[in-house]
Design a protein around this ligand. Sequence first.
Ligand code: PEP
Ligand code: MG
Length: 594
Amino acid sequence: MTFSVHGLAVSRGVAIGRAVLVASSRADVSHYFIDPATTNDEIARVRLSRNAVMEEIMRLQHDLPKDAPHEIAALLDVHLMLLQDEMLISGVKHWITERHYNAEWALTTQYELIARQFDEMEDAYLRERKADLEQVVERILCHMKGSASPLQAARQGAARAGSSRRQSQQDLLLDDTLDVPLVLVAHDISPADMLQFKQSLFAGFATDVGGRTSHTAIVARSMDIPAVVGARSASQLIKQDDWVIIDGDAGVLIVDPSPIILAEYGFKQRQGELERQRLNRLRHTPALTMDGQRIELLANIEMPDDTLGAVEAGAVGVGLFRSEFLFMGRNGKLPDENEQYLAYRKAIEGMQGMPVTIRTVDIGSDKPLDRPTAKSQEGHLNPALGLRAIRWSLADPPMFLTQLRAILRAAAHGQVNLLVPMLAHASEIRQTLDLINQARAQLDKRGFVYGPVRLGAMIEIPAAALTVPVFLKYFDFLSIGTNDLTQYTLAIDRSDEAVAHLYDPCHPAVLRLVADTIAECNAQGKGVSVCGEMAGDVHMTRLLLGLGLRSFSMHPSQILSVKQQVLRADAAKLRLWAQEVLNSEDPSVMLQAS
Ligand code: PEP
Ligand code: MG
């Protein structure tokens, strides 16, 4: 029966496919299609790992001291029984044989199916066996890590080696071994795990939690595939393999759609495709307003390879490289200087002479370093107000110096802007600049070549927006992070769907801080750009132009739509109207009416 689930629209377009349910804790399990010729090898990987776990348990049973509590023996029996359960084994075989899922994916998919059945059981004792099933699956997965298939080994190697091999992985993922599109449904996905899906096979995403500017949503948007977050109980209501339509424009999921609804959305999907093709014609058109103002449209990227999409979309540079994504999903092991240097250099070379703005690491809040070990997260009730971004960097000078040296060295290969996040105090500014000088001195001493950088600060805390002249004394340019500026001005957690309706970048207070920052920079002849999601929102383009903004940084997928707005705008004429919007009690109403 058709039903719909409502959430927040975060990435445009329509995806139609079968649901793949992924438990939050399992999002880092690899998902890829195998070559059908290797089906038996893949099944053997699961079987061997399962046998190894069974042997382990039998050994434990054998070595169990006579006086051990009998509950332990009973538990081991249950685990053995679950491991031999026909439903688990035949289900895993089904996913591998029929769908060509890799072994880990097949196992976790089957686990999700059985776990749901446990959830529905009346008998409390049986319901609790779900935890046992989870434990045995976890152990099989653990064993499988040691028996990675050649493809998986290649995949891991590719992830380490970089893009050239990634390309071949992508070829495999897009192999036509499966003709049904898949949409991913999860309770939550961390930004790091989301990044793993970046080159994935999923046609759309939906999560129960998250806000419009949560980093998971931002990464989904950067993938330019339809996504809905904050859909509350979607992962409970939707079953594995259900047909789902993700309407990323309306923020709605339609489950088990009727043929009429399917036809309607199929039409909408084709319309979207045509619109994209039409916009594509603007790729080489200079971003000039009708009154001749040149507007800089820059790209936000998470990884060096994203520069490909940036250049393709006609970006004239990178306005925000979120370097923290190089630090995440690595079991807490930080990238060393050389690894970082190579990544930054790759991004610089990828932009073919155009400027690249590298933001120093912004770990913390909803971007933990790594789930189990994040120092910046442990025991903190308000991570967004805690040891995040520059605060984390200044708390660990050797780590920060390593990153600064890597950026400075990379700057020898092209135009680099170094951007510092979350500054609020003059003392933090001075400390940061001091560390940049120390990094230069260390490179001099070690005889490394490095290049000049323009220094910039992010304005994303109200305190910073209210003291812009102090920032301009020290920095060459400013970049307004409207995602955090909104969060901190309104005291609304940007990742919390429960308060998402109050997260309003158009609140007069937020707009006032944005407007004053732009005006002050323009008055002093300093560069200013907006790199928060506001910059890529076509409903905001005219207002920002009217407020005097000439540099916008956004995900490559949004550049052409924003360019279209720029081409239709008369910046001089928008000035007065923008002031009216600014002074209005309810700017969003004026923006909608315009
Ligand atoms: C912002 O806060 O607007 C911003 C661009 O930084 P991030 O989204 O990475 O916090
Ligand atoms: Mg920010």
